[in-house]
Structure formats: structure tokens, C-alpha cells
Write a new protein. Structure first.
Length: 144
């Protein structure tokens, strides 16, 4: 299973529709669960995230300073990870980032570049890249 823990809720209708579209597409390949947490201060957000983490899962924190992967490299990471772990959990922090206690549990720090994106747009980008990864892994065509 793929878990996506997000601080903040999608508010804009077009982003909700886009996220739902990618979640629907992903059901063909894998179960994906999105958990939205309330915006708060970084410590409170960290407390909530830590309660949701399972030590048996592979934890990927989304960070500007993380490693930048191509779509093919991300698909390879996902594929290799499922060999050893039952679940992959992606964490998207709030506007202040991710609590240090959560970062300490991260197995991989992933970046989509040094740009800053609105939360909802970034969530949709992550869902799209996960979807693209499964298309790549299944040798299926997808727009470039």
C-alpha cells in the first residue's frame, strides 16, 4: 500500500478533482490512501504524523533539500522498495516544513526541485509522479 500523509486539506475544487482523478487511475495498480491532517504548528503536526507512522513502512519525506529523482528513478525506487517493505509512506509537511522527529524516521528524502509549490499543487504533482511510476513499471505508454 502507498500512504500519503498531508498536512492541510485541499480546498480548491479543481485540485480536489485532479487529486481524485489520479487516485482513481492509481487503483488499477496499487492501493493508495491519503490522510489529511489539520494545519497547526510544526510540533503538533509532527505529533500527528508520528502517530500514523509504522516502523515496518518505508518513509519518504518530501523536502526541498532532498534528492531529486527523474520519473524513471522514482519508479525504480518504488519497485525496489516493495521488495522489502509492505508499505511506502510519503509525507508532505505543512508550510513550516516537517518536524525534525519525523525527519529522523525518514528512509528517503525526496525533492521535486528547489521551487516552492502551493500545497494542493504539490500533492497533485506527487500523485501524478506515483501514477507515472506505475505506468513506467508496467511498460505502458504515457504522455511525455
Amino acid at each position: 500500500m502507498i500512504n500519503i500523509i498531508c498536512v492541510g486539506k485541499l480546498k480548491d475544487k479543481y485540485l480536489v478533482q485532479m487529486a481524485d482523478d489520479y487516485l482513481t487511475r492509481l487503483t488499477k495498480y496499487h492501493k493508495v490512501v491519503v490522510t489529511e491532517l489539520k494545519d497547526s504548528n510544526i510540533k503538533a503536526e509532527g505529533d500527528l504524523i508520528l502517530k500514523l507512522l509504522n516502523n515496518k513502512d518505508y518513509i519518504v519525506t518530501m523536502e526541498i533539500g532532498g534528492k531529486n529523482l527523474s520519473s524513471v528513478e522514482l519508479s525504480e525506487l518504488i519497485d525496489k522498495t516493495f521488495i522489502s517493505y509492505p508499505n511506502i509512506t510519503f509525507i508532505i509537511g505543512g508550510s513550516d516544513g516537517i518536524d525534525e522527529r519525523v525527519l529522523e524516521k525518514s528512509n528517503f528524502r525526496l525533492s521535486f526541485g528547489r521551487n516552492t509549490y502551493p500545497h494542493g499543487v504539490f500533492r497533485c504533482l506527487l500523485l501524478e509522479q506515483i501514477y507515472r511510476s506505475f505506468k513506467i513499471l508496467n511498460n505502458e505508454s504515457y504522455h511525455k
